[in-house]
Design a protein around this ligand. Structure first.
Ligand code: HDE
Length: 761
């Protein structure tokens, strides 16, 4: 407005396009100071003065908001323009010579639009292509300065903004969320001393020990190259061919066949940094560390057949779940846990801490909780943020360091390298989602898509022409590597070999299996059976079972029987006599070890409605669920409003057709003779009830609706004859007690007591 008044050429829309921060327009006749000294200005250029410094965001606030504001675009109330800002008069018709004549080459508006469209896609990630992200913050509980000088851990209450991306590994960008797969758990900390990416998974071990095997692993698990099948699945010949020839994968296979591979929600899974890292304090002393993320909601999984059905009805199940929770203000939260240990301790372990196929049992090194991470903002734009975010294991900050894990070494190279082709050049760090909150000053120049406008003629160091700037920070402020090598005692001859303990491929696979509850063990067995039954080459199945004998003879024997084959002799072990393990069982490895607080916040509950429902009890249950933080959904045969016996009105949120039973965590069946009759007449109802029952979910049936259970052939007791705690039959007169039972039963583990293999007819 100032500029307009002074008669300067100005575009009043510009500040709105790029956020308020850039609203400063120079008044006429005033010498404009360089943007680097304009308070409030924040371009991507490398400034001497920047409001990007300092990240003291309050709880629930993202310090990245301001820094991204400069690139947010909001077109409300604006005219349509070309990329050059030229207003477009007609967006319906191309320019032609006459109404029926040929289109003209001079139509730059058409050509710009089509050309841009032609180039809208970038290569998807070679692995972890399918993912969902969110913004949030990390908050440190206590200063960890004794262990590390890393910025996020400097003070109690210190807040560091983060962006997190969860992903599946094998499927393509548009594939389903609920595949059996590892989940990526990648966290970008925008610390005030540079970006730190903790690029982890929801399982603490990996398939291979050395990066040189990664392309082989990925080629084996991805769709087979001749026909591109199967999508987002490990249940095929090439995967099992490879892993059965790579016994080092056995431990990871146990995790992959466990229910960890089919999480209920991204919000309900753990995360792990996998490798051993180092933490370094101001004095230069270092310790070894493993990173853990523990979900506040506890760890919960789906059951396999549920996951299969969900992938058809809602391939975006996990993406939707994360998005909806954050939109609803139900911010997912994790605590960061550290396992801190010394090199001297590490040398005593029966396994090698440089081997990414091994965990450090919590019994040996307890997990201490040092902070929490809250995700409190959905991205504004999926492509700009979630797709373009570039996580790199090479991104660490002073106070952290790598170890000699040979898998990590390959990753330090791979992630930066892959971004260069995926994001089109070496300047991907300038994309807003990747740009650090800390300032960037160096003499790197040019390259594709350079955004920064570097001032001055000096792009080298040492220099005198720019006063020596930017200058080296020195060891006190800058990043230094820990000089100590883990294998200091060994010779440094160039070799292509592994340390001996790496050859113990089975001890921890056994530890994991033996630490699972009976139900979890059964699920692992079922998963192996399912996957191996999809393998068409009998020799591969045999080799896999022969290998599993070394981890669990029971599991292998069960599999041989289930796959209709003779139990083969065990596969010869690489290391006949591995070191005796410290422990035989680690309860912390069971999913049931972290049930959460038993609450039902954000759980989705289906409440079936029809004409003539008993409205009072239904009203009560809905209110109680809402009060407990759950998300009840009224499901009818059709959309519209259903009227209860007492004249209550229930507007259906969804239908049994568009939201089938397996999408919900629990089910309420209403009383009311007319309603039950109407529901009974629709086969969807019985399918709904069966899906809930067979996936071991809680069902509350009021009065007359109990007939639907027998109609759906639901067994009223468990296979062992005991009462089923997940089937709550109630009279409407007794609604309050029943509702309390119902809520309690949803908050606990699923009702696995119902399971029978094969399911009882
Ligand atoms: Fe990755 N991995 N990886 N990986 N990884 C990628 O980087 C790679 C490994 C993980 O949400 C790629 O940006 C190698 C372990 C996650 O954007 C690529 C090796 C762990 C993500 C790559 C591994 C991971 C990736 C593909 C063995 C858990 C998704 C696109 C040496 C600790 C990050 C990209 C996101 C992505 C390479 C093994 C986790 C190709 C070479 C172990 C969560 O660079």
């Amino acid at each position: 407005t100032q500029a307009l008044a002074a008669g300067m050429p100005s575009n009043p829309n510009k500040p709105l396009e790029h956020g308020e921060a850039n609203a400063a327009t120079p008044p006429a006749g005033v010498t404009v100071p360089p943007p680097s000294r304009l308070p409030g200005a924040s371009t991507l250029s490398e400034q001497n003065f920047s409001n990007k410094t300092g990240t003291a965001a309050l709880e629930g606030v993202n310090a990245t908001i301001d820094t991204l504001d400069r690139v947010r675009v909001d077109s409300a109330g604006q005219v349509l323009t070309t990329n050059q800002g030229v207003a477009i008069a007609d967006n319906q018709n191309s320019l032609k010579a006459g109404a029926r004549g040929p289109a003209l080459l001079e139509d730059f508006i058409l050509r710009e639009k089509i050309t841009h469209f032609d180039h809208e896609r970038i290569p998807e990630r070679i692995v972890h292509a399918r993912g969902s992200g969110a913004h949030g913050f990390f908050e440190c509980y206590e200063p960890l300065t004794k262990l590390t000088k890393a910025a996020p851990f400097k003070e109690a209450g210190k807040v560091t903004p983060v962006f997190v991306r969860f992903s599946t590994v094998a499927g393509e960008r548009g594939s389903k969320d609920t595949a059996r797969d590892v989940r990526g758990f990648a966290v970008k900390f925008y610390t005030d001393e540079g970006n730190w990416d903790l690029v982890g998974n929801n399982m603490p071990v990996f398939f291979i020990q050395d990066a040189i095997k990664f392309p082989d692993l990925v080629h084996a698990v991805k769709p087979e190259p001749h026909h591109q099948m199967p999508q987002a699945a490990s249940a095929h010949d090439t995967f099992w061919d490879f892993v059965s020839l790579m016994p080092e994968s056995t431990h990871m296979l146990m995790w992959l066949m466990s229910d960890r591979a089919i999480p209920r929600s991204y919000r309900m899974m753990q995360g792990f940094g996998v490798h051993t890292f180092r933490m370094v304090n101001e004095a230069g002393e270092s310790v070894l560390v493993k990173f853990h993320w523990q979900p506040k909601l506890g760890t919960h999984s789906q059951v396999w057949e549920e996951a299969v059905k969900i992938s058809g009805a809602d391939p975006d199940f996990h993406r939707r779940d994360l998005w909806e929770a954050i939109e609803a203000g139900e911010y997912p939260e994790w605590e960061l846990g550290l396992q801190v240990f010394t090199e001297e301790q590490a040398e005593q372990f029966s396994f090698d801490i440089l081997d990414a196929t091994k965990i450090i049992p919590e019994e040996l090194v307890p997990v201490q909780l040092v902070g929490r991470m809250v995700l409190n903002r959905n991205p504004d734009n999926f492509f700009a943020e979630t797709e373009q975010v570039a996580f790199c294991t090479a991104h660490i900050v002073p106070g952290l360091d790598f170890t000699n894990d040979p898998l990590l070494a390959g990753r330090i190279h791979s992630y930066v390298d892959t971004q260069i082709s995926r994001l089109g050049g070496p300047n991907f760090h300038e994309l807003p989602i990747n740009a650090p909150v800390a300032q960037v000053h160096n003499n790197q120049r040019d390259g594709m898509h350079r955004q920064a406008i570097h001032r001055g003629r000096v792009a080298y160091e040492p220099n005198s022409l720019a006063g020596g700037c930017p200058f080296q920070a020195g060891a006190a402020q800058g990043f230094t590597s820990v000089a100590r090598r883990l294998d200091a005692k060994e010779s440094a001859d160039k070799v292509r070999i592994k340390p001996e303990k790496f050859a113990d491929h089975y001890t921890q696979a056994r530890l994991f299996f033996e630490s699972q509850s009976e139900v979890e063990q059964a699920h692992i067995g079922n998963a192996f059976r399912f996957e191996l039954s999809k393998v068409t080459v009998p020799a591969i199945r045999e080799r896999m079972v022969a290998s599993l004998i070394n981890a669990s003879p029971d599991l292998a024997a069960r599999l041989a029987q289930d796959l209709g084959m003779e139990l083969p002799p065990p596969l010869p072990k690489a290391l006949e006599n591995p070191a005796t393990p410290e422990i035989e069982s680690s309860p912390a490895l069971s999913l049931l070890a972290r049930p959460g607080d038993g609450g039902i916040r954000t759980r989705k509950i289906a409440v079936l409605v029809a004409q003539g429902v008993e409205g009072a009890s239904l009203g009560k249950v809905v209110s109680a669920l809402v009060a407990a933080g759950a998300v009840p959904r009224l499901i009818g045969a059709r959309l519209g409003t259903y009227v209860g016996i007492g004249g209550e009105k229930f507007a259906a949120d969804a239908t049994m057709e568009n939201a089938p039973g397996f999408l919900f965590d629990a089910l309420v069946l209403p009383d009311g003779a007319g309603a039950v009759e109407a529901l009974d007449a629709d086969a969807h109802t019985l399918e709904f009830v069966r899906a809930q029952y067979w996936h071991c979910k809680t069902i509350l049936a009021f009065g007359a609706s109990q007939a639907l259970l027998s109609e759906a052939q639901i067994p009223m007791t468990l296979p062992d004859g005991a009462a089923d705690p997940g089937l709550i039959l109630a009279d409407v007169g007794d609604a309050d007690a029943a509702i309390a039972d119902f809520i309690g039963a949803i908050g606990g583990p699923r009702h696995f007591g119902r399971e029978n293999d094969p399911p009882k007819a």
